[in-house]
Design a protein. Structure first.
Length: 210
């Protein structure tokens, strides 16, 4: 693998794998992060064209209003439809992913210009949305589907059916791990996950130019 002055990492993992926890580890280590989901949420909340397009789509295709009284989109209502309807999911991804990618590219450019050694872009659908093509290396947080399902049942107000729909619309654990440059195991305790994550960061530090 080549040496880098700045390493941009694309970090992914299935739903419930521990991406948010990994972001907290990054803060403790002083590693800059950007979260594609948070960028997408900001777009859904504030981009007037996106809000209008989504609202019109749901009225036309689902005969339902997804706008709240404050003019914001009801993201939970949208998600409930999207993960059970491939046409709706495809529409949303085709609308939002290109805008998220534009924001991500600007963020990446800034990390390089400010000579950050390591910066991590967290993207749940890293390979599915081809965000792996805009980063230097990829890493997958590995956790068995049953482990992830149990975590989500404890931490989220989601039904088993909703969790399974989300998992079905992501790559399988095996395929995701096979495509990643690095694997970070998170099948055990949070302490062991932090140790594994810190070891991963150490590997990256060895790749950067001094």
């Amino acid at each position: 693998m080549n040496d880098y002055s700045t390493i941009i990492v694309g970090l992914t993992g299935g739903v419930g794998s521990g991406k948010s926890t990994a972001e907290l580890f990054c803060k403790k280590l002083g590693v800059n992060t950007a979260d594609a989901d948070k960028i997408a949420h900001d777009i859904l909340d504030n981009n007037c064209d996106v809000i209008s397009n989504i609202s019109d789509f749901f009225v036309k295709h689902h005969n339902t209003n997804v706008l709240q009284k404050n003019g914001k989109l009801n993201r939970q209502k949208i998600a409930n439809f999207a993960f059970q309807n491939l046409q709706t999911l495809s529409f949303l991804e085709n609308l939002i992913h290109p805008i998220v990618k534009q924001h991500a590219l600007k963020w990446i450019d800034y990390q390089r210009k400010t000579n950050e050694k390591i910066a991590i872009l967290i993207v749940p659908l890293l390979f599915e949305s081809e965000f792996d093509k805009i980063v230097d290396v990829t890493a997958a947080i590995a956790a068995d589907p049953l482990v992830r399902k149990n975590r989500l049942l404890k931490s989220k107000n989601w039904s088993v059916e909703h969790i399974e729909h989300r998992m079905k619309n992501q790559l399988s654990e095996t395929e995701r791990n096979n495509r990643a440059d690095f694997i970070i195991d998170n099948n055990g305790s949070i302490e062991s996950f932090e140790q594994n994550f810190n070891a991963f960061i150490k590997k990256l530090e060895n790749l950067t130019n001094n």
